[in-house]
Structure formats: structure tokens, C-alpha cells
Design a protein around this ligand. Structure first.
Ligand SMILES: [Fe+2]
Ligand SMILES: [Fe+2]
Length: 140
């Protein structure tokens, strides 16, 4: 994963790295013997991983004392991504799948664009919380 995407929180950074690894598998499914089936499987995994990741991220966000609008817009964006991917997955299961390359592009856009537009905004808050924690630790 590009280090520009690192937020400074080990759990979130590891989850983001897992997401990028799964996106790479999704992209590779284009070359599998049964691309649609592989993409469907990976999309299912992506939905689960994103659901868990968004839960972790929102728990951390609740501890960061973010302005309420930043928190709510970010959480809404998470919901939007889950809905969009669930819809694509449902279409695929109903035999009305979009072309695989479109699915790959949409999933990548959802994850990467969200990271840039929303997650990176958390970086200074995470750094501030870590600095505060460091201060508390050095005082005790
Ligand atoms: Fe996020
Ligand atoms: Fe994230």
C-alpha cells in the first residue's frame, strides 16, 4: 500500500492494507478461468471486510473528538459505499452483472476515493490523539 495512505493508527492501517490486497485480487479475477464467479466471491469478501473496517474506523472516530459534521459525513459515506457494493453484488447474483471491468473500477473508486477524501482527513486527529497519549504516558 502506498505510504501516503498511512493514517498512523496500526489497526486502521493494517485493515486498509488488507483492503488493497483484496482489491488486487478483485482486479486479478479478470484473468481467472471463471471471472464472474471469482469476482462475485471477492466482492462478497470485500463487503464483509469493509463492514468490519468501517465499524473499527467509526469506533476510533468516536474517540477522536471530531467535529460532528465531519463524523456524520464520513459515516454516511461508509453507508453509501456498502449500499453501492451490495447493489452490485445483488445484481451479479441475479444474473444481471455489470461487465467485470466496470465492477473492478467501481470497487476501486469506492475504496481509493473514500480513503483520499475522507480517511486522510483523520490523520491530524490521530496524530494529535497519539501525542496526547504520549504526554500522558510520559507523565506517569
Ligand atoms: Fe472511512
Ligand atoms: Fe478506511
Amino acid at each position: 500500500m502506498n505510504e501516503l495512505f498511512f493514517l498512523g493508527d496500526p489497526e486502521l492501517d493494517a485493515q486498509h492494507a488488507d483492503l488493497f490486497a483484496l482489491m488486487a485480487r478483485l482486479a486479478a479475477s479478470e484473468h481467472s478461468p471463471s471471472p464472474e464467479e471469482s469476482a462475485g466471491f471477492v466482492l462478497g469478501q470485500l463487503g464483509e471486510l469493509l463492514f468490519q473496517h468501517f465499524k473499527s474506523e467509526e469506533l476510533l472516530m468516536a474517540d477522536l473528538a471530531l467535529p460532528a459534521t465531519i463524523f456524520s459525513r464520513h459515516a454516511e459515506a461508509h453507508m453509501g459505499i456498502l449500499e453501492e457494493l451490495a447493489h452490485i453484488h445483488w445484481e451479479a447474483m441475479m444474473g444481471q452483472a455489470k461487465p467485470l471491468l466496470d465492477i473492478i473500477a467501481i470497487a476501486r473508486r469506492c475504496v481509493e476515493q473514500h480513503l483520499v477524501e475522507f480517511d486522510l482527513m483523520l490523520k491530524p486527529y490521530i496524530a494529535r490523539a497519539a501525542a496526547k497519549q504520549g504526554t500522558i504516558l510520559t507523565q506517569t
